[in-house]
Write a protein that binds this ligand. Structure first.
Ligand code: ZN
Length: 257
């Protein structure tokens, strides 16, 4: 599953790898095409950026939003290079003069006027720890807007903080020493601040590893460590499905209160 840092790393890679290309042709398979795709032809690729877990390709006046979910991938090929995956998995192919950008299996490919696409995206998302507009106090305030929800559930809500996926959620709560089953209204302000601070620091560490092409295992203290000893207290990590979201949850009952 793509989390914010993976989306940001993709955006950096695409910005470098597809820089300066002028669109020659476009093929797209999606229901979210809100303008004639031919309008992309002749446009120069400006850059890519991430908004939470979304990746956005920016052209003059036009934007393409991608959400990769579980199985989507993005590749950049030379102009005459053969595709690595079967043609039927292609959701988007943008051919430039020297390179082509190919998106496989992505469940969301949206093409629209840049302003309208970015406006809708920004309105639906909470502050993003990897964006220049990251705002810690806004993030704390957003969490407090759901007093009756479990903190483990609310951290996945993209309108609260953008870009947190299941790996980050588990690791943030472990670092903050907060149990995922606790209700937001029962958390102290200091605990909420800790959660938000770790949302930022862990997202940044995760991104750094991704950009260096390294595995993220070094930052995993609880995720996928069922029955392994806690790195802080030595007790075995417990695993369960958190309700009602039914997501894999890893916890140290000794360290997380
Ligand atoms: Zn522990």
């Amino acid at each position: 599953m793509v989390e914010g840092p993976t989306a940001k790393a993709y955006a950096v890679k695409i910005s470098r790898g597809f820089r300066g290309e002028v669109v020659k042709s476009v093929f797209v398979r999606s229901k979210r095409i809100f303008i004639p795709v031919e309008r992309l032809v002749g446009k120069k690729f400006l850059n890519a950026d991430s908004f939470g877990k979304n990746i956005v390709l920016l052209f003059d006046g036009i934007a393409v939003r991608l959400h990769l979910m579980m199985y989507g991938t993005i590749h950049i090929y030379g102009k005459d290079e053969p595709l690595l995956k079967p043609e039927e998995r292609v959701r988007l192919r943008i051919e430039g003069e020297a390179r082509k950008l190919v998106v496989y299996n992505a469940p969301i490919v949206e093409i629209n006027e840049k302003e309208s696409l970015l406006k809708t995206l920004r309105e639906g998302l909470g502050p993003d720890p990897l964006s220049n507009e990251w705002d810690r106090s806004k993030a704390v305030k957003n969490i407090m807007g759901f007093p009756d929800d479990k903190i483990g559930v609310i951290l996945l809500n993209q309108s609260v903080i953008a870009g947190i996926g299941n790996i980050l959620r588990n690791e943030i709560l472990f670092r903050a020493k907060v149990h995922p089953e606790r209700r937001v209204k029962d958390l102290s302000y200091e605990e909420l601040e800790r959660i938000v601070e770790f949302s930022e620091s862990l997202s940044k560490e995760f991104l750094k590893l991704k950009l260096e092409g390294k595995k993220i295992k070094s930052i995993l203290f609880v995720y996928n460590r069922y029955r392994k000893p806690c790195k802080v207290c030595g007790k075995p990590i417990r695993y369960y499905m958190q309700e009602p979201i039914k997501r894999k949850t890893f916890v140290c009952d000794q360290c997380q209160k």
